[in-house]
Design a protein around this ligand. Structure first.
Ligand code: 13P
Length: 250
C-alpha cells in the first residue's frame, strides 16, 4: 500500500446505532490530526444513520457513504427503496455498489451497472465491489469472474475518475481467512490489466476487503498495488478501526 491517498472504508452493513456513531467520534477526532492528512476515512452506515452521521462529521475530514441504492435515478413508485438522489441529499459522498452480499441476494452485473450509472449521475463516488466465491476459486475461475464483473459492471461508464474498485474475495468476507499476499498481489495486477484492456487508463484506486483486522493489516498493507481497505466487522469497533489505520501507515 502506498502512503498516498490511502482509503479506509468502514462498511457497517446492517449494524450500528447512534451510540456507535458517538463511539466513532474518537476515531474522527484522531484522524483530523496532521499525520492523517492524506488518508481518506469513509463511514458507510445503514441508510437510517446517514444524515445523523453526516451532521457529526461535516466539519471534519471524514466522509459518509451508503451501502447500496436502487438502479432508478429518478423518483418513482419503488416501495422500500432509496435512490442515489436521496442518498446524495443526506450529505453522503460515497456509495458501495456490487457488494457480494447484494449479489447473493440476486443483484446482477446489469443491475449493478445501472446503479453505478445512477450514482455517478448524482456525483457520488462509487466503491465498486468485485470478487470470486470459494467454489469459483476452487475451479480456478478467479480471473474469469474478475473479468466478467469488471467488464459488465463498468460497461459504458465514462466518469471513471469517480470509481474505486474494491476486490473482496467472497470466501474471505467474515471468515477470518485472507488471501496470501502473493495471491492478492497477482489478482490486483490482473484487475489493473483488465482495466487497461477496457481502455480505462486512469489510475483507478483499488481496495482490498475481507477479514481485515488489526492483526493482519500491517502485512496486507505491504502490497503496494493496494490503495486501502474496505472493512466490515472490525470497523464497528473504534479501537480496532484506528488500529488498522495506524498499522497500515506506520
Ligand atoms: P469483514 O471485514 O467483516 O470480513 O467484511 C468485509 C466486507 O464485506 C466489507 O465490505
Amino acid at each position: 500500500m502506498t502512503n498516498n491517498n490511502t482509503y479506509f472504508v468502514a462498511n457497517w452493513k446492517m449494524y450500528g446505532n447512534i451510540a456507535d456513531i458517538n463511539r466513532s467520534m474518537s476515531v474522527i477526532r484522531l484522524v483530523n490530526q496532521k499525520k492523517y492528512k492524506k488518508k481518506k476515512i469513509i463511514y458507510c452506515p445503514p441508510y437510517t444513520l446517514l444524515k445523523h452521521f453526516y451532521s457529526k462529521v461535516k466539519n471534519t475530514k471524514v466522509s459518509i457513504g451508503a451501502q447500496n441504492c436502487h438502479s432508478n435515478s429518478e423518483f418513482g413508485p419503488f416501495t422500500g427503496f432509496i435512490n442515489a438522489k436521496l442518498i446524495k441529499s443526506t450529505g453522503a459522498k460515497y456509495i458501495i455498489l456490487g457488494h457480494s452480499e447484494n449479489r447473493d441476494a440476486g443483484e446482477t452485473d446489469l443491475t449493478i451497472n445501472k446503479k453505478i450509472v445512477s450514482a455517478l449521475k448524482e456525483n457520488l463516488k462509487v466503491i465498486f465491489c468485485i470478487g470470486e466465491k470459494l467454489s469459483e476459486k476452487k475451479k480456478k475461475q478467479t480471473q474469469k469472474i474478475i473479468m466478467k464483473q469488471l467488464t459488465n459492471g463498468l460497461r459504458g461508464i465514462k466518469n471513471i475518475k469517480n470509481i474505486i474498485v474494491a476486490y473482496e474475495p467472497v470466501w474471505s468476507i467474515g471468515s477470518g481467512v485472507v488471501p496470501q499476499n502473493s495471491e492478492l498481489s497477482k489478482n490486483i495486477k490482473y484487475i489493473k490489466k483488465i482495466l487497461f484492456k477496457l481502455k480505462i487508463r486512469k489510475n483507478i484506486k483499488i481496495l482490498y476487503g475481507g477479514s481485515v483486522n488489526p492483526k493482519n493489516a500491517k502485512e496486507l498493507a505491504q502490497i503496494k498495488e493496494i490503495n486501502g481497505f474496505l472493512i466490515g466487522g472490525s470497523s464497528l469497533n473504534p479501537k480496532k478501526f484506528i488500529d488498522i489505520i495506524n498499522k497500515s501507515i506506520n
